[in-house]
Design a protein around this ligand. Structure first.
Ligand code: C5P
Length: 223
């Protein structure tokens, strides 16, 4: 039997990474953080000082780039990421990358390359893939599709907690809420594979649930 493909989509800060990673660990499946790939390309574009609007230069850079994901030993960081052989695990979580990632993720050349790469990771099944367009676009035939949501307030609180864990001391909660709302808007209104609940996805609002409770719910849906 082919091992399952589980798609977990939703907006920023709904708990996708923590939940997907834990669940994958418990079930012995591969955890794929697709947001980390878009972040890696964004880091590369910034590092090369390419204008975020220069879609042609970005397409060229993306075409030649290698991106590798490895399981992370660090509980605070979802995944170890290398782009063009360089370890950018920490760099891809900086505010500069977070602020610019939606603009890069909206570009056709970027999406085409990363979606292909994600599908290769999923070829054998046995994967929990997390992102914005997994159930709608990357793995439309996934065995289980979950759409995680939460209020902007709850998500901003979680992000501030994550940032504090990563050593950030200067956190403005209202700014975080505004940034999250803005990223939701950009991700869900873009032309290509926007953030959207697949018709056959099960929505779970995580506002009043612990990580363990969400994991339990997903396991129930797995049957
Ligand atoms: O999940 P994370 O916050 O790391 O995702 C960063 C960004 O990458 C998202 O805001 C979105 O613009 C983009 N993304 C995407 N499609 C995915 C995963 C992430 O467009 N499957």
């Amino acid at each position: 039997v082919k091992k399952p493909i589980i798609a977990i989509d939703g907006p920023a800060g709904a708990g996708k990474s923590t939940i997907s990673r834990k669940l994958a660990h418990e079930l012995g499946l591969l955890y794929l953080d697709t947001g980390a790939m878009y972040r890696a390309i964004t880091w590369l574009v910034i590092d090369k000082q390419i204008s975020l609007e220069d879609t042609e230069a970005i397409a060229l850079e993306v075409a030649g780039a290698t991106i590798e994901l490895y399981p992370s030993d660090d509980l605070k960081l979802p995944v170890t990421v290398r782009v063009n052989q360089r370890d950018v695990t920490k760099e891809i979580r900086t505010p500069a990358v977070t602020r610019n990632v939606s603009g890069i993720a909206a570009q056709k050349a970027v999406r085409e390359k990363l979606v292909k790469l994600q599908q290769i990771y999923g070829q054998q099944g046995g994967i929990i893939a997390e992102g914005r367009d997994i159930g709608t676009n990357v793995f439309p035939d996934a065995d289980l599709k979950i759409f995680l949501t939460a209020s902007v307030k709850a998500r901003a609180k979680r992000r501030s907690h994550d940032l504090a864990q990563q050593g950030e001391t200067n956190i403005d909660l209202q700014q975080l809420e505004a940034d999250i709302a803005q990223r939701d808007f950009l991700d869900s209104t873009r032309e290509l594979a926007p953030l959207q609940q697949a018709p056959d996805a099960i929505a779970i609002n995580t506002d009043n649930l612990t990580i363990e409770q969400v994991i339990e719910k997903i396991k129930q849906f797995m049957g």
